[in-house]
Ligand binder design. Sequence first.
Ligand code: SF4
Length: 117
Amino acid sequence: MQPKDMTANEGYKGFTNTGCPFLPCHKGVQREFNCLFCYCPLIAYDCPGPYEVYTDRNGLTRKDCSACALPHDGYHQSWNFIQRWLEYPVVWSGQPQTDPPTRRPRPSGQDDGGPQA
Ligand code: SF4
């Protein structure tokens, strides 16, 4: 397989759907509102949240991400947040969010103690 083309254009990292009737759908976004992760790639994986847990009509445990702005706050910032948390994804256990939040998964011996978001 050939390597992907490289580009300096970072337009793929985010966009704002100004035509969406729900915009802004999450409170607390300070930067450009990124709609790229409207369906968060971390929904089935451990993440720092904040999220609530509920049971849907089919009896499945789900996250309610209404209070989370992390996938939306700034094109570059939210892109980088998602990429970092998908480096070593851990399937979500279905348990409520912990306090402090889940730490970003890393291979053993690679904990730099830095920020988690
Ligand atoms: S709490 Fe935030 S980061 Fe976690 S799955 Fe929901 S939207 Fe994604």
